[in-house]
Design a protein around this ligand. Structure first.
Ligand SMILES: Nc1ncnc2c1ncn2[C@@H]1O[C@H](COP(=O)(O)OP(=O)(O)O)[C@@H](O)[C@H]1O
Ligand SMILES: [Mg+2]
Length: 198
């Protein structure tokens, strides 16, 4: 068993071909409330994974417990590490945009769209970590998804940022509400200058 991450609210282990995402107890919360929150978040992530699996590539859910999800391990290139090195970076960013437009078409907001939550496998993009995701038809929520991705590119992939962001938007253009989102993005970004993450 290998520990992959200890996030703010979950511990992630790899066991063979499986990923175990265990929502850990927060000692500072009342026990009943703590369990309720962990249960709800586990359920919510599963629900979103199920919904998203109908339209984009996501890890399969192998097992679900009260506070735990067992997921298929996606053996591929994590884009936070590999995007800069890929010859196909523009193609990959175009695909990310295109796949995101499919999620938004179904009103799925990823909520934490960074390159740490994207894996490239067999030329396909896999979305992982729907822990902060939710369902919403608000243009604002979709614009924030784009904003977070742009910020991730700008900070972690600054050398290729401009061309990748352009390719990403070209891919996202298939979204039926593209123009509305781009218009709202402008407001989100202006606000972002003095009030960083929402
Ligand atoms: N299904 C998966 N396949 C491959 N790697 C994964 C998978 N799920 C998680 N990981 C790895 O573990 C890391 C943390 O998992 P993630 O679900 O993003 O949790 P967190 O909420 O802590 O960000 C990811 O960035 C990725 O490297
Ligand atoms: Mg993550």
């Amino acid at each position: 068993m290998e520990i992959l991450g200890k996030g703010a609210e979950a511990e992630i282990y790899k066991e063979g071909n499986k990923i175990i995402k265990d929502r850990i107890s927060k000692g500072y919360r009342l026990k009943e409330l703590d369990e309720k929150i962990r249960k709800l978040r586990t359920k919510s992530e599963k629900k979103l994974l199920d919904k998203a699996s109908e339209i984009v590539n996501v890890p399969k859910i192998l097992n679900q417990e009260k506070f735990k999800l067992e997921l298929e391990f996606i053996e591929g290139l994590k884009l936070s590490e590999y995007l800069d090195k890929l010859e196909t970076k523009n193609e990959v960013c175009f695909k990310i945009g295109k796949e995101l437009s499919k999620l938004h078409e179904k009103e799925i907001i990823h909520g934490d769209l960074t390159t740490s939550n994207l894996i490239l496998k067999d030329k396909k993009i896999y979305f992982i970590d729907f822990g902060l995701g939710f369902v919403s038809s608000k243009i604002e929520d979709m614009a924030v998804d784009i904003h977070l991705f742009r910020q991730a590119l700008e900070s972690k992939h600054y050398k290729i940022y401009l061309e990748c962001y352009e390719s990403f938007l070209k891919g996202y253009r298939t979204f039926s509400k593209y123009l509305e989102v781009i218009k709202r993005l402008d407001k989100v970004e202006k606000r972002g200058r003095y009030k960083d993450r929402l």
